[in-house]
Design a protein. Structure first.
Length: 104
C-alpha cells in the first residue's frame, strides 16, 4: 500500500496541480471532436439515419406512383372507353361528326 502512495505522490505536489485540469480539458476536447466533428462522428450517423428515412419515404411514394400508373396502363389497355376518354382529353381527338370546342 505504501508503494502506491509514493507512485502517485508526484500528482499531489503543488507544482503539478495544473496537470490534471489540463488532461481533463484535452480529453474532453478530443472526445467532443470525435463525437461531433470527425469524419465518422455521431452527427454524421444522425445525418445518415435521417437521409435513409427520407429516401425510404421517397421510395414508398414512388412505389405508390408506379402502382397507380400500372393500374392506369392496365385500365387503358383493357377498357376501350377509358382509352377513348384519355385520347379525347389528352390529345383532343374527336370521332367523326363530333364538334370540338377548346377553351383555354
Amino acid at each position: 500500500m505504501e508503494e502506491k502512495k509514493d507512485r502517485w505522490a508526484w500528482l499531489k505536489r503543488s507544482d503539478h496541480n495544473h496537470f490534471i485540469p489540463f488532461v481533463i480539458i484535452v480529453t474532453t476536447l478530443v472526445a467532443l471532436w470525435l463525437l461531433f466533428f470527425a469524419h465518422n462522428s455521431v452527427l454524421s450517423w444522425i445525418r445518415a439515419t435521417m437521409e435513409e428515412k427520407s429516401q425510404q419515404k421517397e421510395m414508398a411514394r414512388l412505389q405508390k406512383e408506379i402502382e397507380e400508373m400500372d393500374r392506369e396502363i392496365k385500365d387503358l389497355r383493357d377498357n376501350p372507353d377509358t382509352l377513348e376518354a384519355f385520347a379525347r382529353e389528352t390529345y383532343h381527338f374527336a370521332a367523326p361528326g363530333d364538334d370540338v370546342y377548346i377553351v383555354e
